[in-house]
Design a protein around this ligand. Sequence first.
Ligand code: UDP
Length: 239
Amino acid sequence: TEKRSKYKRILLKLSGEALMGEESFGIDSNVLNRMALEIGQLVGIGVQVGMVIGGGNLFRGAALNAAGLDRVTGDHMGMLATVMNALAMRDALERSNINTRVMSAIPMSGVVDHYDRRNAIRYLNQGDVVIFAAGTGNPFFTTDSAACLRGIEIDADVVLKATKVDGVYTADPVKDPTARRYLHLNYDEVLEQQLGVMDLTAICLTRDHNMPVRVFNMNKSGALANLVVGGSEGTLIDC
Ligand code: UDP
């Protein structure tokens, strides 16, 4: 039986740390290849895939700032880190024969395309994976906010936030054995209970524009493919 996607277009957010795998810095090519495989399954059933990748495996502005660098300079470095991750991801996807575009919020002529919403939508419609790099292009934001912003801009059906755990829990499941996973939360519950799913800017943006977010475990093989065909994975956040 032909598997049918519940979604026409998704925005997948991967943290930079997800690309690290077993390493303590940088990019693990095994992880890249595995993710390319999982993303290829979605493309194979006709899902349009936009992606945002973080930069935390390389640089974070706040951490550089704590070490004495100027915050805005640090954030610029963090955004450049996301471009490096996007290049690595594009490489892995194209090695799996998946056409991929990288569109950066900061122009980087000759390396990647400059972000243009209408072109992005055109590429998505023709089945290319589009990786939105350099976050929002502004310091003091995160790639979670960038993911929600781009998701709203391209009119994605859902923002899928990949994490290391199975969803949002009542407590830290690693420390507390009684912690339970929420199947569903609304935006206000996430805000009021400070559940730390994403930063407040990102949650407020999704709430204001009614963009559903699903938090799921990217380390669980097949979870991504399962959730796009309607399987119950992770935690859904909406109104
Ligand atoms: N960043 C930024 N503006 C943005 C997105 C990211 O300045 O719109 C910088 C910020 O310094 C951040 C770094 O890029 O720490 C890497 O992004 P993030 O921490 O969101 O990556 P992740 O935690 O998802 O790996």
